[in-house]
Write a protein that binds this ligand. Structure first.
Ligand code: SF4
Ligand code: MG
Length: 335
């Protein structure tokens, strides 16, 4: 399989200004040295609690926020080396869908005008053919052509998200970043939109980077899953390995929170204490050590690397598994 997107050592630090001179006194380390690849045609999900850096990673890839450092290679081009005009052109291939389509659709534009504008910016279709293209797009996302002159407020939440998808699709992208794209929708509508995304992936050879806090949703759509905690990747695996054989205590804790329907999933129940610490001064060593039931002394001082564990491309960052998987039920819990 071909690599479409390669994120290398990505860091996104946001300065915190303070004092009378408004100098930078500290940083929020929102994304701290994150590397991963996305292959053509697959769906990679990034999951984690709010503040783990998943949305920031998505925004950095599109340069909606300039990353502090790192590399973002897309189809062999280093996106961070492109100037503004070159990047604007490149944005045709990388689109994003947000959680709240209402906030990202101009309320004074009809659906037709919204899509027209997207087509205009990227100039992908001759002007004469735009109306037909817009009608086709609406058809594709399951909105009747008769709704083309309606305004966003005339649609339901699910339909508005379909409009958002049509807009992303209008420029024939390669990669679509879905940032909590179904999180605001009712469960039944979520399933419909997820099914639509899957169909579109098949029909248009799309690749998805799917960002979500909800492992239940991620399970439906992903090929591979990245788990983040406080700006770091703690585990990467294909979907089956992650659900059936999670290695990192944090992943185990996330999985504890969703009901299992699969008898092969033997889950330790880990209910986490406390909240996610601040990313301004994240805990030393393993950032999860302040909440990890299995933490040992070393965890507070030494940062764990990603270790390979059995399972295709399965890696987790925990000291306890550096020599291979362990049975956590045999390890005394600190809780
Ligand atoms: Fe827990 Fe230590 Fe593993 Fe971090 S490295 S997850 S603190 S056991
Ligand atoms: Mg977010």
């Amino acid at each position: 399989k071909k690599v479409l997107l390669e994120v290398k050592n990505l860091k996104q630090y946001f300065p915190i200004k303070g004092g009378v001179f408004g100098r930078t006194v500290n940083h929020v380390k929102a994304v701290d040295d994150v590397s991963f690849e996305v292959f053509e045609g697959e769906t990679v999900s990034i999951v984690g609690e709010s503040g783990c850096g998943k949305s920031t990673t998505g925004r950095a890839i599109l340069r909606l926020e300039e990353p502090t450092s790192g590399e973002i290679n897309f189809q062999g081009d280093d996106l961070l080396a492109l100037n503004k005009a070159q990047m604007r052109k490149r944005r045709k291939d990388l689109q994003i869908i947000f959680q709240d389509p209402y906030a990202s659709l101009n309320p004074r534009q009809t659906v037709s005008q919204i899509l027209e504008e997207a087509l205009e910016i990227q100039n992908v279709v001759p002007r004469k053919e735009r109306r037909q293209k817009i009608l086709d797009l609406l058809e594709t996302v399951g909105i009747g052509a008769h709704q083309v002159d309606r305004f966003p407020h005339e649609f339901s939440g699910g339909q508005r998200q379909r409009v958002g998808i049509a807009r992303a699709l209008s420029v024939d992208p390669k990669l679509i970043i879905c940032d909590e794209a179904v999180s605001a929708l009712d469960v039944s509508i979520q399933a419909q939109v997820l099914n639509l995304l899957k169909e579109l992936q098949r029909d248009f050879s799309l690749t998805y980077l799917f960002i979500s806090h909800d492992l239940g949703v991620v399970r439906h759509i992903s090929d591979r899953i990245i788990v983040m905690y406080l700006g770091k990747i703690v585990e990467i695996a294909d979907k089956q390995s992650l659900f059936e054989n999670p290695q990192h205590p944090y992943t185990k804790a996330l999985l504890s929170a969703i009901p299992s329907t699969n008898i092969f999933e033997k889950r330790e129940r880990i209910i986490l204490k406390g909240d996610v610490p601040s990313p301004i001064n994240p805990p030393s060593g393993c950032r999860f050590h302040t909440r990890c039931p299995y933490a040992i002394d070393r965890c507070a001082t030494e940062e764990p690397k990603l270790h390979s564990v059995p399972g295709k491309g399965h890696q987790a960052a925990c000291h306890l598994i550096e020599d291979g998987p362990v049975d956590f039920s045999l390890i005394p819990s600190n809780y």
